[in-house]
Design a protein around this ligand. Structure first.
Ligand SMILES: C[S@@+](CC[C@H](N)C(=O)[O-])C[C@H]1O[C@@H](n2cnc3c(N)ncnc32)[C@H](O)[C@@H]1O
Ligand code: SF4
Length: 431
């Protein structure tokens, strides 16, 4: 109730409306071509929705890996790439992320074809960032991953205590995860990221501390440490996601993150996003880095300045729709200018710093004229430093502003993804 009140007030202030409605009013190919041709550069996101086991806490769109479905999925992706390549033509692709699910399930069954086709169809001017799972990391698989041109690799390790791995139903031991990380670190990528989660059921601050030290000792380039969020539609949903917003949870997570911050800063890592710490001088592993991108695959999302749209979440429906009409868009949203600006600010806060010039270049307005009052209040509260041109979040701001953003994002994701998982072609979703 209280949460809803805050959300409605913020929506009124920032978006100038109280609700957001995605509908099945699908943009035409001509409209997409015009929007794509209007952009100087573009990011690509590829979603691989397969995993060998389904983790009980996971909110992402995924299903159990099946070789036949994965082959059909690879062929559908190739077709979807051709559709977009015809619209994008030679515009440079400056950021490319392959995520999931677990993309490495398709390492020897479709991923090579997908990446090969990407290179032929698009003007790729960037390295590939790829998500993987500790069980998919062996010397042979790393050689295949590198031969695909992947230079940025992430492993979902999640925990470094066997009893937590068991609770999370992760199918490996700490020793096996450590071996996978060492192999990846020694393989010569530009950046190896390891995902871990904290605030696990029954986890102590001492365990968080040991995890932080162990990650540094393993020599990983980047650590992404997320609190375990509860999504109502996941098995480990905790009955309701309200646990994410109780004051005691928020304070406990702040203490745990502060432990990790201390360890990582002392070891020479810098904060590279709200939850990620990258070794100084190493280029960061991250999802799509340019603000505008096209998402391919089931549940792939596309953002092109004033429109956001999502593909169907159902793998079967995606494959069927692509074979009939080359696209599988299920829901779209036209973004007003206040929505675009608020979205821009949301992501810059996530990245922890930004320049006011970027905003002016993107929107043609002076940043301080639009958000000056809010930034002044946040500066006084010690959440950020504003040198007149650049805004950098403090550690306090990183945590509290993000906890605040979660008031929106976790509920929005739960509603949008939850509905899209149940209904492959919803008429509308109102957030
Ligand atoms: C797509 S998965 C990573 C690749 C691979 N599927 C795996 O699990 O190893 C992305 C990451 O999101 C994080 N994640 C997943 N569910 C989460 C949740 N409920 N709360 C916080 N982080 C979560 C995990 O750290 C996970 O590694
Ligand atoms: S956490 Fe990773 S492996 Fe587990 S279900 Fe989600 S995407 Fe799959």
């Amino acid at each position: 109730m209280f949460k809803k009140l805050i959300r409605n007030s913020c929506n009124s202030i920032f978006l100038k409306q109280t609700t957001i409605s995605l509908t099945n009013d699908i943009p035409s190919a001509e409209l997409l071509e015009r929007k794509l041709q209007d952009l100087p550069e573009l990011g690509l996101y590829l979603h691989i929705p397969f995993c060998r086991r389904i983790c009980p806490y996971c909110p992402y769109n995924k299903e159990l890996y099946d070789p036949e479905t994965a082959s059909a999925y690879a062929s559908a992706m190739v077709r979807e790439m051709d559709f977009y390549a015809g619209l994008i033509r030679s515009k440079p692709i400056t950021s490319l992320y392959i995520g999931g699910g677990t993309p490495t399930t398709m390492l020897n069954n479709g991923l090579r074809e997908i990446v090969g086709h990407l290179r032929r169809a698009f003007n790729l001017q960037c390295h590939i960032h790829l998500e993987s799972h500790p069980n998919d990391i062996s010397a042979e698989n790393l050689a295949v991953i590198k031969s695909l041109g992947v230079r940025y690799l992430s492993l979902g390790v999640e925990a470094l205590q066997d009893h937590h791995l068991e609770t999370l139903e992760r199918p490996y031991t700490v020793a096996q995860a450590q071996k996978a990380v060492r192999l990846a670190v020694d393989a010569g990528f530009h950046c190896v990221n390891v995902d871990v989660m904290f605030d696990l059921p029954g986890q102590t601050e001492n365990e968080v501390e040991k995890t932080g030290h162990a990650l540094v000792e393993m020599g990983v380039d980047q650590i992404a440490a997320y609190p375990l969020f509860r999504f109502p539609y996941a098995r480990m949903g905790g009955g309701s996601q309200n646990v994410n917003f109780s004051l005691s949870t928020i304070l406990k997570r702040r203490r745990m993150l502060a432990i990790l911050e201390r360890i990582f800063y002392r070891a020479g890592y810098e904060r590279s996003s709200v939850w990620a710490f990258t070794r100084t001088g190493i280029p960061k592993y991250c999802s799509v880095t340019v603000p505008l991108y096209v998402g391919l695959g089931a549940s792939g999302g596309t953002y092109l300045k004033d429109i956001f749209y999502l593909n169907t979440f159902s793998v079967r429906e995606y494959i069927g729709a692509i074979s009939r009409k080359n696209t599988a868009i299920a829901l779209s949203l036209n973004l007003t200018e206040p929505m675009q600006m608020a979205g821009w600010l949301y992501w810059r806060i996530y990245e922890t710093q930004f320049t006011k010039n970027d905003f002016a270049r993107r929107f043609g307005f002076d940043f301080d004229r639009v958000y000056g009052t809010q930034m002044k209040i946040l500066t006084r509260m010690g959440m950020l430093n504003d040198d007149g041109e650049q805004i950098v979040l403090t550690d306090r701001g990183n945590y509290w502003l993000h906890a605040f953003e979660d008031l929106f994002s976790i509920d929005y994701i739960s509603e949008l993804w939850g509905t899209s998982k149940q209904d492959p072609w919803p008429e509308a979703v109102v957030l």
